[in-house]
Design a protein around this ligand. Structure first.
Ligand SMILES: *Cc1c(COP(=O)(O)O)cnc(C)c1O
Length: 338
């Protein structure tokens, strides 16, 4: 199977930019959901913790279990507590969910500031506080999520403004209930929309991994992708002019051509839509259909760089780097370089 190589230098470079932007490492929460966007959750958790990051975000409790020893707090975005753990906090995404959480759990209330995906409406804030108290929960944070911080429009501004209102209301309610809250709104793009960080924390995923793309008119920090994907050669042959390679023979050699198969296919996260149209960063063309466990390239290299920037691969299939990364096979070998 192919290999994922991770650059520790790039990770530290990206964290330097983020820490500088938000005014220190203490405000950084690294988003490690979905196997750290395919990078390998434990490896990234360990490296981020070594750098000095103390907060992490995941989707599931079992993901939090894997990385709990590296952080002071792990926020779980989409799961219910099955146990009480002083390192974990759980996002509450709706009013009705409150009563389904274990008494004694540490929770963070998500407010809908305009994305209309998850979270409770601002007008239900007081009721949510009452219900959390009655359910025996301990509220430790208030959060929201931005829907289009990567594009230049008024949306970031009004979500930001709504969240500022939330902060004032929630702070005064928290005093009444004796809860100490932290407030966080921004994802990667949001983190780079304003010069000062006015919240207690930012939740950075794609910027950490070096694949944040902002709209051209917005500031574009110079992140470096951490991850590169490599294939090992399986077999090499020379296609004679007119011969075809792979399922349905969709690629026909227009002259004699050396092609090799590499040990990666769509089962490993190589989106099949890239068949016959992708070219690697070294200018090597993908030939024919991507199979489940193989793909053919116009090369005889023993080890072939498939991509070193997920956004580049993503463009060839009409999607975004997030999806390419998150779909990378968990079983791929992962190793640190540099
Ligand atoms: C995934 C996620 C993030 C991170 O988003 P990026 O754009 O990768 O920085 C932040 N907050 C929440 C709630 C998320 O689900």
């Amino acid at each position: 199977m192919g290999t994922i190589k991770l650059s520790r230098k790039a990770l530290e470079h990206n964290l330097d930019i983020i820490a500088h932007q938000v005014g220190g490492k203490d405000k950084i929460a690294v988003v490690l959901k979905d196997n750290a966007y395919g990078h390998g959750a434990v490896m990234i958790a360990e490296a981020a913790a070594q750098y000095g990051v103390k907060q992490a975000v995941v989707r599931l409790e079992r993901e939090a279990d894997e990385i709990r020893d590296f952080f002071e707090n792990v926020l779980i975005l989409g799961d219910r507590p099955t146990k009480i753990n002083s390192t974990f906090s759980y996002a509450i995404n709706s009013l009705e969910a409150i009563e389904t959480f274990l008494a004694g759990s540490r929770v963070e209330l998500k407010i809908d500031t305009g994305m209309h995906r998850n979270g409770i409406a601002l007008c239900n804030l007081e009721e949510a506080f009452k219900r959390m108290k009655k359910a025996g929960l301990v509220c430790v944070g208030i959060m929201s999520h931005l829907r289009s911080a990567d594009t230049l429009s008024s949306e970031w501004f009004w979500q930001r403004k709504t969240f500022d209102t939330v902060k004032i209301k929630a702070s005064s309610l928290a005093q009444k209930y004796g809860w100490k809250l932290r407030f966080h709104l921004s994802n990667s793009a949001g983190t780079f929309r304003s010069v000062v960080c006015v919240d207690d924390m930012v939740r950075v995923g794609i910027a950490l991994y070096g694949c944040l793309e902002m709209e051209k008119t917005l500031a574009q920090p110079s992140f470096k992708p951490i991850l590169s994907l490599w294939g090992d050669r399986v077999a090499t042959r020379t296609l004679k002019k007119g011969e075809r390679v792979g399922y349905n023979g969709i690629y026909e050699a227009s002259a004699d051509e050396v092609v090799s198969t590499y040990d990666l296919g769509y089962a490993n996260g190589l989106d099949r839509l890239a068949s016959n149209r992708y070219t690697t960063p070294e200018g090597i063309a993908l030939r024919g259909r991507i199979s489940m466990d193989n793909a053919a390239f116009s090369s005889d290299k023993d080890e072939l760089l498939i991509f070193d920037d997920a956004n580049h691969y993503a463009r060839s299939v009409g999607t975004i780097g997030y999806e390419i990364l998150a779909c990378l096979d968990k079983d791929l070998k992962r190793e640190w370089i540099s």
